[in-house]
Design a protein around this ligand. Structure first.
Ligand SMILES: [Zn+2]
Length: 566
C-alpha cells in the first residue's frame, strides 16, 4: 500500500466542467495532478478512487476550469513596483493624500523617498476649487524627514519641500525646455512639476534595491494570479531586474527543498507563483548605444532564448522601432487623422534593422519588436523575412509586438516564416473610440485584425501589456477578441471577431509556442504542467456580454493553489 500511496495524485479537482483544450479529450469532470503535472483528466468516478490519504481533494461544485492564462506581454515587474508605492487613485482630496503619506512615513526610515502614484484632480472637486492642483503646502504636514513625490495619473508630479530642497529647486531655477515648474503668486516654487520638469526630481530617485524588486516580483505575481494568469512574458528588462527574478526563483527552489542542504518549507511557500519568461531590453531603450555595443551585448550573455526551467526562462530580445497611435508617434504611410504630414518616427533604418536581426538570427536569439505603424510593420516584417531567407532558422520564434495594421504582404510573410503577432485586445476594449479619432474609420478597419491573422495562418498571441492599460484582466481581453466591442459598446472592425476557442488559444497555447513551451503548457492533457484557472461561470456557454464579467475563483500553478479556493 505504501508504494501505491506514493504513486497517488497530490491533488484531485472533481465535479467540474473542465475544458482541457486537448483535441484528443476536450472535456472532463475531474483532473488529477502529480508532482506539478497533469496525471489524468476524466470522469470524477474514475479519478476519485485514485486518492490516497495525502491527496488533496477539491470539489469544484460544477465550476468551469480552463488552462492557466498565458499573458504573453506583461510588464509584471513594473506592475509590482507600482504596487509598492502609495496608491492615490481613490483619493478625493489633497488632505487624504497627505494622510496616506503620513502613514507611510511612520514605517519608512528618515531620508528615504516616499513615492505615490495615480492622483487625479478631477476627484478633488468637492475639496478644491476647479483648476487648483495640490501643492507642496498640502503635503508638507505629513513629514519633514522624507522627500516625497506624488505622481499624477499623467504628466505632472507634486513634491514636498524636502524633495524641492534636495533637487535644489528655488525661485531662481530656470524652466527646463518642454517642462514647467509651478510657482505661487509670490514666485516661490509650489512643488508642482510638469512634463520635462519632473525629471529635476525623478532623476534623484534611487534605483530600487534588490529587496525592493523582489517584493515587487512577489506582489506582481500575486496580482496576476488573482486574474487567472499563470505564465507571463516580461519584456524589456534590465540586468538588475532579471537578477531580482532569479533571486525569487531561487527562494522557490529553497522552499520546495530543491537546493542541497536546504530544508523545504512547504511547496509554494514562497518563490515565483507565475512562470516567467524574461526578455532583455535590446535596441530602442538606450539610444546612445552603438551598433557594436548592441551586438556585443547580445553575444556576451552566451545563453540565448529558450534556456531555463519551467519557472524562469530567457525569452527573446526586446526591441522597439516606433511609438504608438494614441500619442501619434507610430510610423505610418499616411498622416494621422487631422494632421497634414507624416512624422518620421522610425528609430531604425531598414539596413540597420536587418543587421540587428542577422546578429540575433546567427546567435540563436528570438526577437520581439514593438511595432505600431503600418509602415513600420512592413519594414520590420520585410527585414525578418529577408534574414530568414538568407539564414534559415526554422525554429525561430520572432514576433511583432502590437502589430496593429498588417498589409497583405506582411500577413503572407509572417505566415511563411512563422513570425507571430503579439496583440493587446485590452487596448481595443479600454481605449474606446480613440482609434477612430487617431487613424479614421478606414484604417481602424484593419486594427489588430485577429481574424485576418488566423486566416492567413499567423500565430496570434493575445495579452494585456499592463501597466500600459487599465488591468491585466484576460476576460476583458477575451471579450474584446470575441465581440470586437470596446468599453463604449462600439464595434472596432466587427468582421475581425474570432471564436471563443481561438481567443482562448491566443491567451494560452499561442504564448507557450512563443516561448518554446508548447510541450508543457496550453492544454490540460496528461503530462502537461498543472496550471489552471477555476472561474465562476462557463466561458464557452455564457452570453457574449458576460465573458467580460467572468471572475476567477481559484488559480493553480504546478498543482499548487496560488489564489482563492474552491
Ligand atoms: Zn509593453
Amino acid at each position: 500500500m505504501i508504494m501505491l500511496d506514493a504513486l497517488a495524485p497530490d491533488l484531485i479537482l472533481h465535479n467540474g466542467s473542465i475544458y482541457t483544450m486537448d483535441a484528443a479529450a476536450p472535456s472532463a469532470e475531474a483532473v488529477a495532478v502529480k508532482e506539478g503535472r497533469v496525471l489524468l483528466a476524466g470522469a470524477s468516478a474514475a479519478l476519485l478512487p485514485l486518492a490516497a490519504p495525502h491527496t488533496r481533494v477539491v470539489d469544484l461544485n460544477g465550476r468551469t476550469v480552463l488552462p492557466g492564462i498565458f499573458d504573453s506581454h506583461n510588464h509584471l515587474m513594473q506592475v509590482g513596483v507600482k504596487l509598492t508605492r502609495i496608491r492615490l487613485d481613490e483619493c478625493t482630496s489633497p488632505q487624504e493624500m497627505m494622510e496616506l503619506v503620513r502613514e507611510r512615513a511612520k514605517e519608512t526610515p528618515p531620508g528615504t523617498w516616499i513615492v505615490g502614484e495615480g492622483w487625479n484632480e478631477n476627484n478633488f472637486t468637492a475639496a478644491l476649487p476647479p483648476g487648483r492642483l495640490p501643492t507642496r503646502w498640502d503635503i508638507d504636514p505629513a513629514t519633514d524627514q522624507h522627500p516625497v513625490i506624488l505622481m499624477r495619473f499623467f504628466n505632472t508630479d507634486v513634491v514636498n519641500s524636502v524633495a524641492l530642497r534636495l533637487a535644489g529647486i528655488t525661485r531662481h531655477t530656470p524652466t527646463p525646455e518642454g517642462g514647467e515648474i509651478g510657482h505661487d503668486a509670490a514666485g516661490e516654487p509650489n512643488g508642482l512639476l510638469r512634463a520635462a520638469a519632473k525629471l529635476l526630481v525623478r532623476n534623484l530617485l534611487p534605483q530600487p534595491t534588490l529587496d525592493e524588486l523582489k517584493t515587487a516580483v512577489r506582489l506582481g505575481c500575486a496580482e496576476m494570479n488573482s486574474h487567472g494568469i499563470t505564465s507571463v512574458v516580461d519584456p524589456g528588462l534590465y540586468p538588475y531586474e532579471m537578477a531580482a527574478y532569479q533571486a525569487v526563483w531561487e527562494e522557490g527552489r529553497r522552499a520546495r527543498g530543491e537546493l542541497a542542504g536546504a530544508r523545504g518549507e512547504g511547496r509554494g511557500a514562497s518563490g515565483l507563483t507565475v512562470r516567467m519568461n524574461l526578455m532583455p531590453s535590446w535596441h530602442g531603450f538606450r539610444e546612445e548605444e552603438t551598433e557594436a555595443e548592441l551586438e556585443q551585448r547580445a553575444r556576451a550573455v552566451g545563453l540565448v532564448s529558450g534556456v531555463g526551467d519551467e519557472w524562469l526562462r530567457l525569452g527573446g530580445l526586446k526591441m522597439a522601432i516606433d511609438g504608438g497611435t494614441s500619442s501619434h508617434t507610430a510610423f505610418m504611410y499616411e498622416p494621422f487623422a487631422g494632421e497634414a504630414t507624416v512624422g518620421d518616427f522610425n528609430r531604425l533604418d531598414p539596413a540597420t534593422l536587418r543587421r540587428h536581426f542577422r546578429t540575433a538570427q546567427e546567435l540563436g536569439w528570438d526577437v520581439g519588436i514593438h511595432t505600431c505603424g503600418d509602415r513600420a510593420m512592413d519594414m520590420v516584417v520585410d527585414a525578418f523575412a529577408d534574414v530568414a531567407r538568407a539564414m534559415p532558422r526554422p525554429d525561430a520564434r520572432h514576433n511583432v509586438i502590437h502589430a496593429y495594421f498588417p498589409s497583405d504582404r506582411a500577413l503572407a510573410q509572417m505566415a511563411e516564416h512563422r513570425i507571430a503577432a503579439v496583440i493587446q485586445p485590452t487596448f481595443l476594449y479600454w481605449e474606446g473610440d480613440m482609434i477612430f479619432r487617431d487613424v479614421g474609420e478606414r484604417r481602424a478597419a484593419n486594427y489588430k485584425p485577429a481574424r485576418k491573422y488566423l486566416d492567413a495562418g499567423v500565430v496570434l498571441c493575445a495579452n494585456s501589456d499592463i501597466p500600459s492599460t487599465v488591468s491585466p484582466n484576460p476576460w476583458v481581453g477575451l471579450y474584446a477578441l470575441v465581440t470586437r466591442k470596446n468599453n463604449l459598446g462600439h464595434f472596432v472592425a466587427a468582421d475581425q471577431a474570432i471564436s471563443r476557442q481561438e481567443a482562448l488559444h491566443a491567451y494560452t497555447a499561442a504564448g507557450a509556442w512563443l516561448t518554446r513551451e508548447e510541450g508543457d503548457k496550453g492544454t490540460l492533457a496528461p503530462g502537461m504542467l498543472a496550471d489552471l484557472v477555476v472561474i465562476d461561470r462557463d466561458y464557452f456557454a455564457v452570453a457574449d456580454e458576460e465573458i467580460k464579467e467572468i471572475k476567477v475563483v481559484m488559480t493553480v500553478v504546478g498543482g499548487e493553489i496560488v489564489y482563492g479556493r474552491a
